[in-house]
Write a protein that binds this ligand. Structure first.
Ligand code: NAP
Length: 284
């Protein structure tokens, strides 16, 4: 089976490649794609094919997808450009005769009001109308979005957010990447996976877990969404990303990142990584 991973140089894509090899797919049947050839070279010794894949350059998509049976299509990061870019990916895949695409989307994409899903919605629709059998891998927020803040929290004694008492079914990138590959290999087309961690948590519970493991007193400070956006901006996160991240917390507060399907652990065949384990890894 010939398989392409787009965005293979990213944090999720880098984990998808070993998950694919672990499933027994021979390296010579795998194409690792990314915009930056220098970054792609890190995979050379694994024996996989390396291809420049740039969603803005259709010729790179055509070259990478020719002869491919399945594509793990990792959503892009160019906010505001992604609908057009993702359409380029779908058009090239259809022209190349790709048999199945698995797309990394956002939890409850069809009904969420979270603004970060605004460009995933048209992409899901474009996949549906493309005629290519497709699988939707709807991810909840990454646990790392939270654990990456631990060093700052330890310095300042607070975790700041705007999620109130909302619970988030966060999942680690490693779990999501492993499950994405299981879904990619097992799918017939038409599947929709709502993927979140088994144990949802509030940001107060996150702070308590960090306190417990670090021995330092860490509190959760909740801000109104507008104030949180301003704070993110003051930390150097420019518009519109500041507003999108504050809105992502608003989504958590409103229960839009709660995923209780069990899809992720079913795809993994084991429980998902717990918050305690993720905090332990981050602290080590
Ligand atoms: N669920 C969540 O909490 C969450 C959080 C953040 C992002 N996301 C979404 O999930 C995706 C994967 O997350 P991640 O953490 O792996 O992000 P990441 O580390 O930023 O990696 C994104 C990957 O996509 C590639 N890419 C971006 N735009 C592209 C384009 N126009 N053409 C070709 N490749 C492009 C990047 O290539 P380069 O190395 O060349 O930039 C990189 O390989 C993100 O792209 C984003 O859409 C989800």
């Amino acid at each position: 089976m010939s398989i392409v991973i787009t965005g293979a140089t990213g944090k999720l894509g880098r984990l998808a490649l070993p998950a694919l090899l672990k499933k027994g797919i021979p390296a010579h049947e795998i194409v690792a794609g990314g915009r930056n050839l220098e970054l792609l070279r890190q995979f050379a010794e694994q024996g996989v094919h390396l291809k420049v894949i740039d969603y803005d350059r259709p010729e790179t998509l055509t070259a990478a997808f020719t002869g491919a049976e399945r594509v793990l299509f990792i959503s892009g990061t160019d906010i505001g450009q992604r609908v057009r870019q993702h359409q380029n990916v779908i058009d090239a895949a259809r022209a190349a005769g790709v048999e199945l695409i698995a797309y990394t989307s956002v939890a409850h994409c069809d009904r969420t009001t979270v603004r970060l899903a605004d460009e995933d919605k048209p992409t899901e629709l474009a996949l549906k109308t493309s005629g290519i059998p497709s699988v939707l891998l709807r991810h909840a927020w990454y646990t790392e979005n939270y654990t990456d803040q631990i060093p700052t929290a330890l310095e300042q004694g607070t975790i700041v957010g705007s999620a109130g008492a909302g619970r988030v079914s966060a999942a680690t990138r490693a779990d999501l990447a492993e499950a994405d590959i299981a879904a990619l290999l097992g799918a017939q087309g038409g599947e929709i996976y709502e993927m979140g961690g088994d144990e949802a948590f509030t940001l107060t519970e996150l702070a308590a877990e960090v306190s417990r493991q670090s021995g330092k007193d860490i509190a959760y400070a909740d801000l109104p969404t507008g104030e949180y956006r301003e704070l993110l901006n003051s930390f150097g996160i420019p518009a519109p990303m500041d507003g999108l991240l504050a809105d992502a917390d608003r989504g958590v507060r409103d229960g839009e990142m709660l995923v209780e399907t069990g899809d992720l652990s079913r795809l993994l065949g084991r429980p998902t990584t717990s918050l305690a384990e993720a905090v332990r890894t981050a602290l080590s």
